[in-house]
Design a protein around this ligand. Sequence first.
Ligand code: NAD
Length: 258
Amino acid sequence: MNKTKVALVTGAGQGIGKAIAIRLSKDGFAVAVVDFNGETARSTAAQINEAGGQAIALVADVSDRDQVFAAVEETTKTWGDFNVIINNAGIAPTTLIENITPEIVDKVFNINFKGVIWGIQAAVKAFKTLGHGGKIINASSQAGHVGNPELAVYSASKFAVRGLTQTAARDLAGLGITVNAYCPGIVKTPMWDEIDRQVSAAAGQPVGYGTKEFAKNITLGRLSEPEDVAACVAYLAGPDSDYMTGQALLIDGGMVFN
Ligand SMILES: NC(=O)c1ccc[n+]([C@@H]2O[C@H](COP(=O)([O-])OP(=O)(O)OC[C@H]3O[C@@H](n4cnc5c(N)ncnc54)[C@H](O)[C@@H]3O)[C@@H](O)[C@H]2O)c1
C-alpha cells in the first residue's frame, strides 16, 4: 500500500514556499504550511484543502528553536508520519558593507542560517522516533554561490546554508537521511515586487522596468516563477533524487555556471 508522505514547508504563506507547498500537495504529500504570518499560512493551507489536498497551517518563527520543534511534532501527530522538511523561510535585506550592524547580522543569521539548523535537528528527531530516514531540503540561493552586490550578509548566510547542507549530508547519511539545497535566481515573489518598485522608481521608470533590466542578466531571458523553483524542490523531495545528497542545485535560469 502506498502511504501518504508528509512534508513541512517553512515560509509557506507566500512566494516560493507557497508554490512548494502547493506543488508537493499535487505530488501527493500531506503538507504542513508553516509561517510566522498565521493569516497567510492559513490561506495557503485553505487553498490546498479546497483543491482536494491535505494541509494544516502552523504558526512558527524559524529563528525560535522550540517553535520549530513544536511545528514538526504537531505535524507528526496530525498524520502519524514525517518524511520531508523544506527549510525555506528567509529574509533578504540589502546591506552596504559600511552600514552593516551587529543587529542586522544577528537577524539575518537567526532566520536564514540558525532557522535551517533548528529545522534539520527537529526533522532528525522525528525521523529517529519514527524509525526511518527522510529528506531535508534547504533554501540557499545563487547568492550562496557568488557574492551578490549590496547583499553581503544575505549572501554570507546562503553560503553558510550550503556549507551546513554538505556537512549534514555526510553526518546524517547513516540514518538514511539525504540533505540537499536549492538555489533560486530572481524569483517573482512579494519580496521581488518590492525590489522592482524601488529599482523602477529610482530610475524614474514605471513599475516593471527593474524586472526587465534584471532579466537581461539571466541566460533564459526571463525572471523565475515560484513554480520553477517548486519543480526543483519537488524533485529533491521525491524518490527520483534518492541517490543525491549534499548538493546545492542552481535553479536560476542560467545566472551562475559551476
Ligand atoms: N525571491 C528570490 O528572488 C529568491 C532568490 C533566491 C533565494 N530565495 C530564498 O527563497 C526563500 C523564500 O523566498 P521568497 O522570495 O519566497 O520570500 P518572501 O519574502 O516572498 O516569503 C518569505 C516567507 O517567509 C516567511 N518568514 C520570514 N521570516 C520568517 C520566520 N522567521 N519564521 C517563519 N516564517 C518566516 C514570511 O512571512 C513569508 O511568508 C528564502 O529563503 C529566500 O532567501 C529567494
